[in-house]
Design a binder for this molecule. Structure first.
Ligand code: FMN
Length: 399
């Protein structure tokens, strides 16, 4: 990484502030990798914009002198109602990669989802978590979950699930929105330029955007999909053997319609993560918030049957609370943590967590709630978003 004088981390006061610092330290390739999204960027833009279409309806004169921001997630108490969503190839963000992210998160008591496409092996990442717990005398409530891209080769998939189990990950989050890699425009431009520049040395170095990955399960980097790494033939039936093989809390990551929520409930999974993959997969996807509203409107029973998580475009603690008002258990945050890690390593991860946690708490106070279970749909005005929400065609519901 180039020796640059970075602004003091205290100058980052919102979760979005890490982005400009990171842009300065990242190689072009890493910058393109993290910031890119599908096609013209509509899916990513919708994620970010839709949060601003909801306003609060605050209540006053309620006692908020004692605050509780904890939340039960899949049977464990989480310190916060947010977690780090899975991001592959974190060696492109910082040489310390996933182990460093996990150290920062564990120090803060933050839950982290580890990607199948991590730079380091899942055992190395878990070791970092365990070691940090040891330093903290096992006082951190932080938990690691594992995000699964199902490889085409079933025996490879099963042995990966067994490794995840053996390493002690709390839950398995199967990504279901990646039947193929989305068309990441910025990655494609860069790839075309590289191809024109001629054959290149493929020894990839961490921290420069050139990653020497130790992980043979990584599906792609720089817009190039590794053959056999994601299964386009995956169906609902496969979730049966995955669930048997895993035999623990299972979450489907990447649900984008209420019909699929119904199927997930029928299947009996413990959770769903409403997500359009940070706008990186299908072009013109619904924002994850829109999908959440769709469920609240057409299938509110879902919230009693499984845990509903959301990620995409969450950049402020207030956004976290909007999702919880609609019934979400907790939310995932992606890019801000990549940028924070790139800029300041584990300290950046801690700082980003402090920022979001403080925003959650001050917004709760001014909203008039002292614990997260007091949040209700009536505390937000969703009218603007409802205008754009999907309606069953011609009044006939096929739900
Ligand atoms: C750099 C990057 C890498 C990602 N890698 C993965 C991945 O390996 N597996 C996965 O399921 N989702 C992946 N995602 C999607 C995230 O898990 C998450 O859905 C998304 O980042 C949330 O949106 P946000 O970045 O706006 O917070 C990735 C996202 C980014 C930005």
């Amino acid at each position: 990484m180039a020796a640059k004088t970075l602004p003091d981390p205290s100058l980052c006061v919102t979760a979005t502030d890490f982005e400009k610092v990171a842009k300065d330290v990242l190689s072009e390739k890493s910058w393109v990798y993290v910031s890119s999204s599908a096609a013209s960027g509509l899916s990513m833009k919708a994620n970010i914009d839709d949060w601003s279409l909801i306003n609060f309806r605050p209540r006053i004169l309620r006692s908020v002198d004692k605050m509780d921001t904890r939340k039960s997630i899949l049977g464990s108490t989480s310190q916060f109602p947010f977690f780090v969503s899975a991001m592959g190839t974190l060696g492109s963000s910082h040489p310390g990669a996933e182990p460093l992210l996990v150290r920062g998160a564990t120090r803060k008591g933050l839950n982290t989802m580890i990607s199948t496409a991590s730079t380091k092996t899942l055992e190395e990442i878990m070791d970092a978590h365990i070691d940090e717990q040891r330093l903290l005398k096992n006082q951190s409530p932080s938990k690691l979950s594992f995000q699964l891209y199902v490889p085409v080769d079933r025996s490879k998939a099963k042995s990966l699930i067994q490794r995840v189990k053996k390493a002690g990950f709390q839950s398995l989050w199967v990504t279901v929105d990646t039947s193929t890699l989305g068309k990441r425009t910025a990655d494609r431009y860069l790839q075309a330029q590289e191809n024109l520049a001629g054959p290149k040395e493929t020894v990839l170095k961490a921290g420069t955007g050139e990653v020497n990955s130790e992980n043979s399960y990584a599906p792609a980097f720089g817009g190039r999909q590794v053959p056999g790494s994601v299964d386009a033939g995956l169906t609902w039936e496969d979730l049966d053997w995955i669930s048997k093989e895993w035999n623990g809390p299972l979450v489907l990551k990447g649900i984008q319609s209420v019909e699929d929520v119904k199927m997930a409930v029928e299947l009996g999974v413990q959770g769903i993560l409403l997500s359009n993959h940070g706008g990186r997969q299908i072009h013109s996807a619904p924002s994850s918030l829109m999908t959440l509203l769709e469920i609240r409107t057409y299938y509110p029973e879902a919230f009693d049957k499984l845990e509903v998580f959301v990620d995409g475009g969450l950049r402020d603690g207030a956004d976290v609370l909007k999702a919880l008002c609609l019934g979400a258990t907790a939310v995932g945050v992606g890019r801000p943590y990549y940028y924070a890690l790139a800029a300041y390593g584990a300290e950046g991860v801690e700082r980003c967590t402090d920022i979001l946690a403080e925003e959650v708490e001050i917004t709760m106070k001014m909203l008039g709630v002292s614990s997260l279970d007091q949040l209700r749909p009536e505390m937000i005005n969703t009218s603007r978003l409802e205008n754009e929400m999907w309606r069953p065609a011609f009044g006939r519901s096929k739900l």
